[in-house]
Design a protein around this ligand. Sequence first.
Ligand code: EPU
Length: 342
Amino acid sequence: MTRIETHKDLTRRNTFGMKVSCACFVEYDSLEDLFSLDFGELPQPVFHVGAGSNLLFTGDWPGTLLHSCIKFLRPMGLEEDEVLVEVGAGAVFDSFVEWACSRGLWGAENLSLIPGEVGAAAVQNIGAYGVEAGDIIVRVNCFDREAREMVTFENADCRYGYRTSFFKEEGKGRYIITSVLFRLSRKYNPRLEYGNIRSAFDGRQPMHPDDVRKAVSDIRKAKLPDPAETGSAGSFFKNPVISAEHFARIEEVARAESGPDVRVPHFDTPEGVKVPAAWMIERCGLKGFRLGDAAVYEKQPLVIVNLTGKAAPEDILALERKVIAAVKDKFGVELHPEVEHI
Ligand code: EPU
């Protein structure tokens, strides 16, 4: 079935809680529904959304928002220790993770409790605690809006990178993800490289994916705002990757302020040095900083929150500009939003 609503209020359709609307909202339940839609007849522009957990609406959307309710979860059989599972794009991503963990299947547990739906997870390459969606995606099935046919992208064709993919870049707007095939493993394979997770186990080994799911959930609940209580879209900025020379200059700034023993957190990557934006924002004195109804989250400064529930897009945008300018001024680093602005 396809449901079409006009002048729809989107307050509950974006986790930031922006009080905005769209001219037309179309929700479909199946591939057949999607094929039968005449995109040209819908108010333009047409944009596909998931759960709205990584979006900042900067105003009312003049066109159509599409939303998938294709929600199946289908185990596709066993290959030695591997289990392939196909999941509909409109399924809640964490329901898939919960399903996998409860069956003792490894691979998705570090991605526990990330808000959002499966299709958006495959576009955005969501990641947490050393694992990204792209690590467990085998292939992605899409509806090609131009050719009006189904297309399959193998993992390599998806060009997964840090919070990015082909679907977010060259393929943007053309391909609608309908389902994703994930690879999980029966073989004991905990991923504990990330410091927070390692210390949660304190030298012990998790016995079951559910143990890791619990540890990740505890960390997330302690650090990140509860979407049911405080509006946000998770991390607002990406962690920047800079050159070794630039990183040395940042270390100098930190030493001049805090003495020779100060340690600047960083991770070496093939592209350069990744420096946590949270650390830089905190160093700018902006942790907990409030501007009108928006604030930099006091427990994790990478997150911008709708503090009072009354923040308008302009409040969030003003705070975004303030944070970018402060970090640029102090460290010469240009932060880029991770949250998509539409
Ligand atoms: N830090 C501070 N001050 C703070 C918090 C953190 O200085 O108040 C520094 C610390 O050095 C810490 C480092 O930042 O070691 C990293 O912090 P954290 O582990 O919280 O992770 P993050 O880099 O801030 C990223 C993802 C999160 C993901 C976590 C865990 C991005 C944009 N964000 O945050 O993803 O949960 O790692 O893997 O890469 C999201 O995308 O919405 C999201 C929450």
